[in-house]
Design a protein around this ligand. Structure first.
Ligand code: ATP
Length: 218
């Protein structure tokens, strides 16, 4: 069973990695693919070039069994639609292998606004990594197109079409907050892997924004 976690990863951090590891273990995934998007459909294009965002993901997953960076959205022109990525992966793994799209609760709450979201259950299961003990949102549109699996086991027995809420440790870390920390000259250590911090330093990503740089941008 293959899992997919998409994102801007600007940069990737422990708020992505720890829940991803727990989902990997709980679902007994063979492999979890981290797929950085090229041009996100729902938000402004990230300031950080895609090649750097991919390189940070590669550093973060290097040597982690069952974790893999997947560059397929970077090789596709235009907006990065998840449905296209799932279709690609489905063609690669064949019609019978279970495929799981993983997302946080914030992403799940907006799923019904995604391009061709109704096609997703025919391509993959959806697993929402959520806070232990948190209420699952009632009546989301997705419930009308996929069946809920209260535990992850049934996901292994069919290729797609179920959704499951997986409790995971939540870390209140966001890429936005990390960019803010770095751009004000503070340390982001312990919010993301040291290898990613080193890459950011080497390439001068997220430079400190001084009063002068801000006024020259205005
Ligand atoms: P930004 O702050 O730039 O919006 P982000 O930190 O939210 O970025 P994304 O790349 O947008 O990261 O997120 C990719 C996926 O990871 C989404 O499905 C999102 O729900 C999930 N995610 C991000 N941060 C966390 C977190 N701290 N805990 C659990 N899931 C998260």
């Amino acid at each position: 069973m293959i899992g997919v976690l998409g994102g801007t990863f600007d940069p990737i951090h422990f708020g992505h990695l720890r829940p991803a590891l727990e989902v990997h273990e709980q679902l007994r995934l063979d492999e979890l693919r981290f797929v950085p998007c090229h041009v996100p459909p729902h938000r402004e294009e990230p300031a950080t070039p895609a090649r750097h965002r991919l390189a940070m993901v590669e550093r973060a997953v290097a040597g982690v069994p069952g974790f893999r960076a997947d560059r397929r959205e970077l090789d596709r022109a235009g907006p990065s639609y998840t449905v296209d990525t799932l279709r690609d992966l489905r063609a690669e793994i064949g019609p019978q292998a279970p495929l799981v799209l993983i997302m946080g609760m914030d992403a799940f709450s907006g799923l019904h606004t995604w391009h061709r979201w109704r096609a997703i259950p025919a391509l993959a299961h959806v697993v929402v990594a959520h806070r232990p003990g948190a209420e699952t949102p009632p009546g989301t549109a997705f419930r009308r197109v996929a069946d809920i699996a209260p535990d992850p086991e049934p996901l292994r027995n069919r290729p797609c079409g179920l959704f499951h809420f997986q409790p995971v440790t939540q870390l209140d870390i966001s890429a936005t907050a990390i960019r803010g920390v770095l751009q004000t000259g503070r340390s982001a250590r312990y919010l993301l892997p040291d290898s990613v911090c080193a890459y950011i330093d080497e390439h001068g990503l997220y430079p400190v924004i001084t009063r002068e740089t801000r006024s020259s941008q205005e």
